[in-house]
Design a protein around this ligand. Structure first.
Ligand code: ZN
Length: 517
């Protein structure tokens, strides 16, 4: 009997040790000495050069997963044998991120991209990369930076995710539970090498440039719904068009707007970048009514960058979107709806571009970057990191490394945030409603835009990381009584690092912006 107990004891000890080692490996700091910190101030008027590139990051997806009866399927039961259409029999799908778990891609609707704009004032070279993915974590961003050859001469690389909810899981949360990451490692590495290629190609294509600035701050408001009170939007479209100074051709354009690319919603099984696909196509190639072009495009490479999408900006199925030509209305999430939305946005952008408010040929780039270590208060995040589902390691006990940057290009001001920020923090309007969890007045004031010095202000969300929602502390609401007369706690806090995140980011941005100005 004693021997049996001893054996059981040894086995339990062994299991405990193995689990402990596994967890401590998952928690290990993946970049212990990393700091992205930079401070470059250039108020001179320097000639600007810019380059653009678009490199595909489309995953390989079989036309359909089919079962023995040749029926397309995406959610096989355990033990069922599936064919990938090429008869290989192994069910190893690309999991689509953003809605429910276990959504296996059944095909490709449109290509996903790593699209890059490089801008250079002769002293500082910035690479701005937009990836058609749900999110790209800090440790992966650091990998890409390390892979970019020194010969590319890039001072600082910003990687922002468009946050498409119709593309592969790159965070790990959308695999087949329990305890299994949805990230396909080989695909993740492919995205990194393609991002590097995109930066290199953009550098190679650099030309002396004139930046034509335009925007439409109200025209797109009807295309986005705020699903959480207070109703504060950031509906403005902000545009930079880069024109070759010598021959007048458009090298590319950067379009900053704020909305979840999830118009196709949670049942779609085709890989897509959602409405940004149609926005970019329309800007580059023109907007068509059927076969006839209604508005010609400007050529070059269009880049879509998402902004303050928290709290929660979405083209919800309850929001109808009209085809700009036929007037047909779409409610149900379909590609037609995403296309109608993309066409409307492309038309707004192309019309705005015809009336540039400023042309910039000479400017200096000033840049401040801060690496931050933030506490992980969210217990689910702690567990997901411990189990390696969120494979990003930690930076100290239950802390994570992330990043903020602020930069000016002449009269243009930019702020990058590492997640999904609530628009009230950006534009103002943070409230301290009755029923809030912390009996404090609004913390995140003045608004970020108020503190930005430029004439034209651009917000890049999900940049250099995806840490989840960035929620005003005075609107934090997980405990009864709930705010705004709600019966339950609102959606958001379960996907936020914690109630201290927004104050910490705001405090740092305030310091950084005052240093920059
Ligand atoms: Zn989101």
């Amino acid at each position: 009997m004693k021997t049996v107990l001893k054996i059981i004891g040894s086995i339990l000890l062994l299991i405990t040790i193995t689990i402990s080692i596994w967890i401590s490996t998952n928690l290990k700091d993946q970049n212990p000495d990393y700091k992205a910190d930079l401070k470059i101030i250039n108020k001179d008027q320097s000639e600007l050069h810019a380059g653009f590139a678009a490199v595909k990051i489309t995953p390989e997806v079989p036309d359909s997963w089919v079962d023995a009866n040749n029926d397309a399927r995406y959610d096989p039961k355990d033990g069922e044998t599936f064919s990938d259409g090429n008869g290989n029999g192994k069910f190893d799908p690309v999991w689509i991120a953003g809605f429910g778990n276990g959504r296996a891609a059944n095909g490709i609707h449109d290509d996903l991209w790593a699209r890059t704009m490089v801008i250079d004032d002769g002293k500082t070279r910035l690479a701005i990369v937009a990836l058609d993915v749900i999110g790209f974590m800090s440790n992966e961003v650091i990998d890409v930076r390390n892979l970019i050859p020194a010969s590319a001469g890039v001072t600082y690389t910003i990687i922002s995710s468009t946050h498409t909810h119709e593309g592969p899981d790159l965070l790990g949360l959308w695999g087949k539970p329990p305890f299994k990451s949805g990230v396909n490692r080989a695909y993740l590495e492919f995205v990194k090498t393609q991002a590097v290629k995109s930066v290199e190609a953009a550098v190679t294509s650099m030309r002396p440039v004139r930046l034509a600035i335009s925007g439409d701050l109200t025209g797109a408001a009807h295309l986005v719904k705020d699903t959480r009170e207070p109703e504060v939007f950031d509906p403005g479209i902000r545009i930079i068009r880069a024109i070759d100074k010598e021959n007048g051709t458009t090298l590319g354009s950067l379009i900053a707007w704020a909305d979840h690319p999830e118009t196709l919603w949670g049942k779609n099984l085709m890989i897509s970048s959602d409405f940004p696909h149609y926005v970019r196509e329309g800007i580059e190639k023109g907007v068509f009514n059927g076969d006839s072009m209604v508005k010609s495009g400007i050529g070059g490479t269009a880049i879509y960058i998402n902004g303050a999408v928290g709290g929660l900006m979405t083209t919800h199925p309850s929001l109808s979107v009209k085809d700009p030509f036929s007037g047909r209305e779409f409610n149900e999430p379909t590609f037609e709806k995403a296309e109608a939305q993309g066409k409307q946005l492309a038309l707004l952008v192309l019309n705005a571009m015809e009336k540039p408010v400023e042309n910039i040929e000479m400017a200096g780039i000033s840049l401040i970057v801060r690496t931050l270590i933030l506490p992980i208060d969210n217990k689910t995040f702690r567990l997901a990191i411990s189990l390696g589902i969120l494979d990003r390691g930690t930076a100290g006990w239950m802390k994570m490394r992330t990043e903020l940057s602020v930069f000016n290009i002449g009269p243009l001001s930019f702020v990058t945030l590492p997640g999904e920020v609530y628009p009230e923090i950006i534009n103002g309007g943070v409230e301290a409603p009755e029923g809030r969890d912390f009996d404090e007045p609004p913390v995140e004031i003045p608004s970020i835009r108020d503190m930005m010095s430029g004439k034209y202000k651009y917000i890049f969300g999900l940049a250099n990381d995806e840490i989840g929602y960035i929620i005003p502390r005075s609107q934090w609401d997980v405990k009864e009584p709930f705010t705004y007369g709600r019966k339950d706690s609102p959606y958001g806090e379960e996907n936020s690092l914690g109630a201290g995140t927004a104050p910490a980011l705001h405090r740092n941005l305030k310091e950084m912006l005052s240093e920059l100005n």
